[in-house]
Design a protein around this ligand. Sequence first.
Ligand SMILES: *[C@@H]1O[C@H](CO)[C@@H](O)[C@H](O)[C@H]1NC(C)=O
Ligand SMILES: [Cu+2]
Length: 223
Amino acid sequence: MKIFAASSLLFVTLAQVAQGHYIFQYLTANNQKGAQYQNVRRNTNYNSPVTALASPDLRCNVGGSTGGNTTTVAVAAGSSVTFTADTAVYHQGPVTFYMSKVADAVSADGSTDWFKVKEIGPTFSGGQAKWDMSISYSVTIPSCIAAGDYLLRIEQLGIHNPGSTPQFYVACAQVKVTGGGSKALSPTVKIPGHVKATDPGYTANIYNNFNSYTIPGPKVATC
Ligand SMILES: *[C@@H]1O[C@H](CO)[C@@H](O)[C@H](O)[C@H]1NC(C)=O
Ligand SMILES: [Cu+2]
């Protein structure tokens, strides 16, 4: 009985890991990779995706509605920062970055306006789509935005199972932008609400006659 209990516990643990996918939990800023969850909000759903399009969990993942004990890192406008996951992304789909200006990056709940900073879609060649499935993704903090606290969010949308609900792998970093300008970038969106169930990039069948793709969400905001 004891052996059975131990092995079923092991099974549960393995099942959680296998079902766990990947999660962004490191931030590199100022050319230094932080420790796990240093300047990145901790989530409470292992590494499961968020799948409800109307859920506030889409902002900074389950458990990430405030920063708790998460620290905030100072980064210069115009500099590069990188999110790194525990294991490389392995579900096909787009990667996007969003930012939201907030009063205080620790207490911000992400209900403020967000603008898209960068998007990474597939490339098409010889009738084949190629997705950037990596362990790290980098983004440049726009040089023109006002100094101050921001939430910086990464979103990887798994659309690998056409017909099933797509999966959002999201995380938020807490940054204090220094330098910069005075621009409030647009267009802005609320999250949730930035992706609609009818968006072609959400409903796409990547295995059938797939030769173009529109990344969900607003246009990338530029300086
Ligand atoms: C921060 O809080 C989490 C629980 O949310 C805990 O696991 C972690 O050890 C805490 N870190 C510090 C530095 O206190
Ligand atoms: Cu999966």
